[in-house]
Ligand binder design. Sequence first.
Ligand code: NCD
Length: 306
Amino acid sequence: MEKLRHMMNPLDFSVEELEELFDLAGDIEKDLPGYAHKCDGKILATCFYEPSTRTRLSFETAMIRLGGQVIGFADANSSSAAKGESVADTIRVISCFADICAMRHPKEGAPMVAASKSTIPVINAGDGGHQHPTQTLTDLLTIRSLYGSLKNFTIGLCGDLKFGRTVHSLINALSRYEGIRFIFISPKELKVPDYITEMLRQKNIPYEEVIKLEEVMPQLDFLYMTRVQKERFFNEEDYIRLRNFYILDKEKMALAKENMFILHPLPRVNEISVEIDDDPRAAYFKQVQYGMYVRMALILTLLGIK
Ligand code: NCD
């Protein structure tokens, strides 16, 4: 039997293993019908203790497209967590029912606790403000597909860099590739956490922190926009003051390179004006599609199915 593997952090896979995963996702994209029965008889459990549309449905669609089936809950209140059951006990129970589990939790580290007690692979589908590895796999696959490689570009990350777990996960993952330059664009209240800039300094990876998006726009190959994470704010007033700090519109896009791509993990609130959606540089809906392919590839890999 293969060793039990989980996906808690994008760094759980080596760069070479990620390459294999992305190649597999690429194959799936080209030949969906060829993968339609790879998971016949397998069950995915989605345990979501925090709201989600994309991530949960993307996991579920991924499993269904592989021929498997899905069980789970989309809301902690409809699970035994409402009766006080621990994550450790819930995963022991889920391990008796399903072959693989995707878990989202508002508490940082909860999926790791689950993984330590689980007898099936557990995928972290987002833990608090910490990590969101499958969004990162989605982002990396999108960049690789649009740009042709994961090396030598300047990426601007804009918005809520303090609470945005997709941002933390992506910077972490990109820090292993050559020639990446980061530009962090945020109000001073929402700057990227110190542990991240410290990691970049230690690895000698160039980064800049700015407040004005317009100032750096012409330098970017990718612009990763993010929503201000309302649910992680301590007070409503701060949220209201900061929520519309950045709104990407045609005027700002006129400053960008012709081949710059806009990414966004979604959901979007106001930070990208809908007038941009038809711009060929807007890649955020395409990104959703890559998310499904990469989750299909991850399910196959963790289940050890060739
Ligand atoms: C992100 C998340 O949940 O962190 N959404 C997603 O999974 N695509 C981003 C967000 O909620 O802003």
